[in-house]
Structures are given as structure tokens and as C-alpha cells.
Design a protein around this ligand. Sequence first.
Ligand SMILES: *[C@@H]1O[C@H](CO)[C@@H](O)[C@H](O)[C@H]1NC(C)=O
Ligand SMILES: *[C@@H]1O[C@H](CO)[C@@H](O)[C@H](O)[C@H]1NC(C)=O
Length: 368
Amino acid sequence: MDSDQAVAPRNHWKTCSSFVIGCLVAVSLQVIFFSPISPEVLEFPPDSSVLLLQSNSKLQEVIKLGEGLLDKPEDVAIDEDGVLYTATRDGWIKRLHKNGTWENWWHVESEGLLGLTVTRAGDVIVCDAENGLLKVNEEGVKVLVSHFNGSKLRLADDVIESSDGTLYFSDASTKFGLRDWHLDMLEAKPHGRLLKYDPGSEETSIVLDKLAFANGVALSADQDFLVVCETLKFRCLKYWLKGDFKGETEIFIDNLPGTPDNINLAPDGSFWIALLQLVSPRLKFIHGSRVVKRVIASLQVSKLWVFGLHKKATVVNVASNGKQIKRSFDDPTGKVMAFVTSVLEFEDHLYLGSLQTNFIGKLPLNSV
Ligand SMILES: *[C@@H]1O[C@H](CO)[C@@H](O)[C@H](O)[C@H]1NC(C)=O
Ligand SMILES: *[C@@H]1O[C@H](CO)[C@@H](O)[C@H](O)[C@H]1NC(C)=O
């Protein structure tokens, strides 16, 4: 406008600074009132628990299986014949035959395929954050559970079959789906649960509620208890299925030196757990302030940046009673293995799934 041309530089500066102040106020209001999260401050385990782990870079020695063929293979399962199964970000359920060839077995319209397990009947059960719990076999893919108690499952995460055929599976969050899992982590409230599916009645029921990002699920060697990991509490819980404590819950292991993802039973009765973000000054800063969390949630910054997940990978072997970390392997730089989400022991090798790689890592245990 013509009149604007005549405005003195001083006034111009005033207009400009009020604009900047206006913007700051708007951003603050956005952060405080319209933030996608209402966060809690997150408690970190004592520093001493992290110091327990000696870095050894052993995960940099993995053999890469299916390199280039596998888009973020989060979990790995192996059947009794030694056929390896994984589910990838591009919606494929793939398998590696004993003769070394990969097969694109079935495709699902989903970018949310996560944990999987092979049942005794030979079916593969897959957690699909977009569609629920899937049963996969030579006939195709069937949705077993898509809803619970009237609402759609948003983040089915990991599953295990007990000897009576019951499927125990985690639903990491009832509030945020896979695309927004980082918001659940920032919010740090317990929106997760452990569910069970009875294949006889085809009914689903709740086992444990209010878990802080319910993640990996495993059964003990004689199936007297199951373990479910609560990522945001740096711990895994033990839920008794048999005996005097049946139906009771206690802590299996806490103060883990990182946030636990998937857990698997090892042949000797111990457990392997993949640990995600290790404790870092940046994470402590972020998780120590509700305001910082709100700002980060509003800014849509990279999930990997927030948590530094691309910078490290660690797996630990925990005694069968949860009392001790027996061994740990890591890649301290994330150069070869980063964002490792699962670790499975089979015939003296570890198989490592990841949400960062395009391969599955295989580590011979007798050489490490
Ligand atoms: C490998 O084994 C699978 C399953 O038995 C079979 O379908 C495939 O043709 C075999 N591939 C080769 C190259 O032998
Ligand atoms: C089922 O949904 C109702 C209504 O939203 C809720 O009150 C109840 O707690 C839910 N039950 C379970 C087991 O989640």
C-alpha cells in the first residue's frame, strides 16, 4: 500500500518486533494448549546400571542376512525346521529357506508389521500395528484380532504362543499408532497392555493394563510365567501363569541400562533382550522437562534424532530368574547394527532384527 511506503524506519522496526513477539506467543500457546502430548517426566535408572555394561563392539561382527532385501525387519522367528521368518516395513512376510533362498511369502497392505512367532501347528502369527493380530500359513493371511472392547488395536507389538494354544500379545499403546510411537515415548504415560487370545472361543481378554509401552513378550522355559517388557520403565514384568502366584505380577528385571524392546527365551532358559535408547545426557534433558517434550512433539523433529536410535545397538542376556545380566553385546556407534529391536538365539547363533537396517544380523556365539 502507498501509505506503508511512507512509514519511517523506526515504525517499521516496531511492526517487525511486534510480529516476532506475536509469533513467539502463538508458538508458546500452540506448545502449551495444542501440543499432541500431555507428557510426564520420565525417571531414568541410576547411572550405575549403565556402567555395568562394557562396550565390546561385538555386534559389528555380524553376518548380514538378506542384505538389501529386507526393509526394517523388526523381529525374527525360526520354526523347528530352521526356516527363518521376518516381516518388513513394506508389508512383506518373508522367509529364508534352509537352502539359503529368500521367499517373498505373503504381502499385507500395511507399514506396521512388527513382532512375530511360529506356533506349534506351524502357523506364523504376526503383530500388525495397522490391522491387528494376523495368522499366516500356506493358505494366506487371516486377521485374528482387529478390535478389543469396541476399539481398533493401534499398536499390536509382540506375540507368543503358550503350550495350550493361547496367544499372549502386547498392545504398546491405546493412544498412539505406529506413526506416532515417538509421541507415546515423549508423553511417557502408561497406555499399553497385555492381551490374550483364546483360539478355541476366538475371544480376546485383557491380562495386564496400564503398561508403559508394552513391548516384547516371552514365556519361561516351563511356561510357569511370562515376561512382558515395559519400554518406558526400563524394566520387564513377570506374570505368573501357574503355581502359588498364578495371576500375580512382579518385577522380573528393572533398572535396565536401556529401554527394552523385544525379549526371547534362550535354549538354556535365560532370556535375550534388545535394548533401545541407552541413557544419554540429551535424553535426560528432554525427558526431564514437560515443556521441552511439548516443544519437540509440536516441532515434528525426527524420531531418530530425538532418541538417537541410529547411533547404537545393545543386546543383553538375562538370567532365567531376572536377577543378573550375564552377557551383553553392542555396536557403540551404530556403524553396522543400529536400532536393534530383537534378538533370538538359535543353534549357537544370535539373529538380530532392526528398524534401521536392510538386513538381519547373524552373530555366531561360539566366536564371541
Ligand atoms: C529352496 O527351497 C525352497 C523350499 O523348499 C524351494 O521352494 C526353492 O525352490 C529352493 N531353491 C533352490 C534354489 O533350490
Ligand atoms: C472397555 O471399554 C469401556 C468403555 O470405554 C471401559 O470403561 C472399560 O474399562 C474397558 N474394559 C477394558 C477391559 O479395557
